[in-house]
Design a protein around this ligand. Structure first.
Ligand code: URP
Ligand code: ZN
Ligand code: ZN
Ligand code: ZN
Length: 511
C-alpha cells in the first residue's frame, strides 16, 4: 500500500498492523532521569489519556492496566519540537516528497514529536493557503503547528494576517528575502509586514539572503560555465547572508518588533545576531542541523546525485562555519535548532542536472536532528543535558507560546516523551531511514546516544526499532500571539516616544 515504502507497515483501513488500538491509555515510565530545560531528577512519570499526570520518585499506586516502561540508566525527556519544516510543499517546480504522514513517521522514529511547518499562500491568499495545509495535514500522525509565509502585500493580506492570528492559531509569519521572482519580498514589504506582525503580537521570521545579489551571483557562475551544484555555493556566498541578516535586524529594530532569523548558516549572519542581542535587541537565531554538522565540500562531489542532495539555501558553508555555529548555540547567541526538512528525491534534484539554479533547494533532517544534536553538542561536552532539552524542545515551545503544554515533562503537559539511552549508539543510513527520500545528507554518520522510545500524546509509537503510527492521529496545535518575546516591548515603545522632543513651536512667518 501507499505507506509501505519506508521500512514500516501501515495497512490502509485497518489498525492491526500498526494501529493505536492496542495502545494502553495509562503508562508508567520508571527509574529514568527526567530532564527539563531547567532541572533534572531521578523520577517516574505517570501518563493517563495522553497527559502527564505525575512526575515523582517511586510512583507505585497505579493499578494493573498500566504499561510499565523501564528507563533505568536512561534520560526521559520532552519529545523534540522541530521549528522549521516543509512537508508536502510545492516549490521550484517540484513538491517535497515527505508529506504529513511519512515526514511524521520519520520524525517520531528520531524522537521528534511535534513540528511547525510553513504554510505557503495560494495566489497570495492566506486563507486558501491555510485551507490547503489543513487538508494536507489530515494524515498527520504527530502534533503540528503552522507558520505562514507572506509573499506579497495588499490590504487583503494585511486583513488575512489578523484572521490567521485571531482565528487560526498562527503566531508567526515568514518573509523570504531571497528566491527572486518567486517568494522574495522587498524592503517596503518587509517594513509593512514587520509593522503588521508587531500590531498582532506575531513573530516576524526571515529567510535572510540578498535575493538580488544572489541572482547576480548565479548569472556570474553561468557565464563562467559553472553549472554544477558547486555553483550553488559559489553564487550565494556568506556575505549575502550577512547583509540580509543585518538589514532585517535593523528594520526590525526600527519597527521595534522581535525578529526570528531562520536557518542561520554562516558566521556572518551569526555575528550580526550576536551584535544585535548584545545591544539589547530581541533577535532569535535558529541554526539548522545541516549547518551545524556538514560543510560545503559535498557540493564538489563528482557524483551529481550526491552533490545535488546537499543543495539548500542559504548554502551549507565551508568548514569552520559549523564549529562557530555550534559554539554560538552553546553560548546562547543562537537559541534553538531546526532542520528545514525539505525533501526532494534524486529524480527531482535532477531537474538541475545542466543548471544548478534548477535543483530544488532543500535537505532532510527531521529524523536525524535529535541524534545529531545530542552527539555533536552533548557528547562533545559543549552543552549540558538540560540545555539539550532547551535547544531541541523547550525554547521552541516558549517562543511559539505553547509551553508548558509542549516542551516539558510536568503534570498537565502533553505526554510527548522520549527515552534516550546515552550508552547506546545510532547510525544513519539511507537504507534504514523512514523518510521517502532515496538519499540522506547524513548517510553513514554514527554517534553515541539513541532514542529508544518515542511517546506521542501517551501512545508508544517507537519502541524496539519499530514504528506504530496511524494517519489522522496527529492534532493541530493552535498558537496564541504575544509570546514571551513580546513582554515589555510596549514599555520600550513608550520610552522611545517620550524621548522624542516636544514639537518645536515656531512663530508664523510673515514673509
Ligand atoms: O533550501 C531550502 N532551505 N529550502 C526550503 C525553503 C527555505 O528557504 O526554507
Ligand atoms: Zn503494507
Ligand atoms: Zn528559507
Ligand atoms: Zn525552510
Amino acid at each position: 500500500n501507499q505507506y509501505c515504502d519506508a521500512g514500516f507497515e501501515y495497512e490502509s483501513g485497518s489498525t492491526t498492523a500498526c494501529g493505536s488500538g492496542t495502545a494502553p491509555s495509562k503508562l508508567l515510565i520508571k527509574g529514568g532521569t527526567v530532564v527539563n530545560a531547567h532541572h533534572q531528577q531521578l523520577a517516574d512519570v505517570y501518563v493517563e489519556d495522553g497527559i502527564i499526570v505525575a512526575v515523582e520518585p517511586s510512583i507505585t499506586q497505579v493499578g494493573d492496566d498500566v504499561k510499565v516502561i523501564d528507563a533505568t540508566g536512561k534520560y526521559v525527556m520532552p519529545g523534540g519540537i522541530d521549528p522549521h519544516t516543509h512537508l508536502d510543499m510545492s516549490f521550484m517546480s517540484s513538491g517535497t516528497i515527505d508529506d504529513f504522514f511519512s515526514g511524521h513517521a520519520a520524525a517520531l522514529a528520531g524522537g521528534t514529536t511535534m513540528h511547525i511547518d510553513f504554510v505557503i499562500p495560494v495566489d497570495g491568499s492566506l486563507t486558501a493557503g491555510y485551507e490547503a495545509y489543513e487538508r494536507k495535514a489530515k494524515k498527520a500522525c504527530m502534533d503540528y503547528g503552522f507558520h505562514m509565509a507572506i509573499t506579497k502585500w495588499n490590504d487583503d493580506v494585511s486583513r488575512e494576517m489578523e484572521i490567521m492570528v485571531k482565528e487560526k492559531g498562527i503566531n508567526s509569519f515568514k518573509f523570504f528575502m531571497a528566491y527572486k521572482g518567486a517568494l522574495m519580498v522587498n524592503d517596503e514589504l518587509l517594513l509593512e509586514g514587520f509593522k503588521r506582525c508587531k500590531s498582532l503580537g506575531a513573530l516576524a521570521m526571515v529567510h535572510a539572503e540578498n535575493g538580488d545579489a544572489v541572482d547576480e551571483g548565479q548569472k556570474r557562475m553561468i557565464e563562467l560555465g559553472i553549472t554544477g551544484p558547486e555553483g550553488h555555493a559559489l553564487s550565494r556566498p556568506a556575505v549575502l547572508e550577512g547583509e540580509a541578516t543585518a538589514r532585517a535586524i535593523r528594520l526590525a529594530n526600527f519597527v521595534n518588533t522581535p525578529l526570528y532569523v531562520v536557518h542561520v548558516m554562516s558566521i556572518d549572519a551569526m555575528e550580526e545576531i550576536a551584535k544585535a542581542r548584545k545591544s539589547g535587541q530581541r533577535v532569535i537565531g535558529e541554526p539548522v542541523v545541516s549547518g551545524l554538522v556538514l560543510d560545503e565540500s559535498w557540493l564538489w562531489h563528482p557524483d551529481f546525485k550526491t552533490a545535488a542532495s546537499y543543495v539548500m539555501s542559504p548554502p551549507i558553508r565551508s568548514k569552520g562555519h559549523d564549529k562557530e555555529l555550534q559554539a554560538a548555540l552553546a553560548t546562547g547567541v543562537l537559541q534553538l535548532v531546526g532542520t528545514d526538512h525539505c525533501a526532494f528525491n534524486s529524480t527531482q534534484k535532477a531537474l538541475g542536472i545542466d543548471d544548478f539554479r534548477k535543483i530544488p533547494n532543500g535537505v532532510n533532517g527531521i529524523e536525524e536532528r535529535m541524534h545529531l544534536v545530542w552527539d555533536t553538542m552533548v557528547e562533545s561536552g559543549q552543552i549540558s543535558v538540560t540545555d539539550y532539552v532547551r535547544v531541541t524542545s523547550t525554547e521552541c515551545a516558549r517562543i511559539f507560546n505553547i509551553y508548558p503544554r509542549k516542551g516539558a515533562i510536568l503534570p498537565g503537559s502533553d505526554a510527548d516523551i522520549i527515552i534516550l539511552n546515552p550508552n547506546s549508539s545510532f547510525e544513519i543510513s539511507t537504507k534504514s531511514h523512514h523518510s521517502r527520500l532515496d538519499t540522506n545528507v547524513y548517510d553513514g554518520k554514527k554517534g553515541k546516544g539513541k532514542v529508544e522510545v518515542t511517546i506521542s500524546r501517551g501512545r508508544v509509537v517507537w519502541e524496539n526499532n519499530e514504528l506504530k503510527v496511524t494517519p489522522g492521529t496527529g492534532r493541530y496545535i493552535p498558537m496564541q500571539p504575544y509570546s514571551y518575546v513580546f513582554d515589555g516591548l510596549d514599555k520600550k515603545d513608550a520610552t522611545y516616544l517620550s524621548s522624542l522632543k516636544a514639537p518645536v513651536k515656531r512663530a508664523k512667518s510673515s514673509s
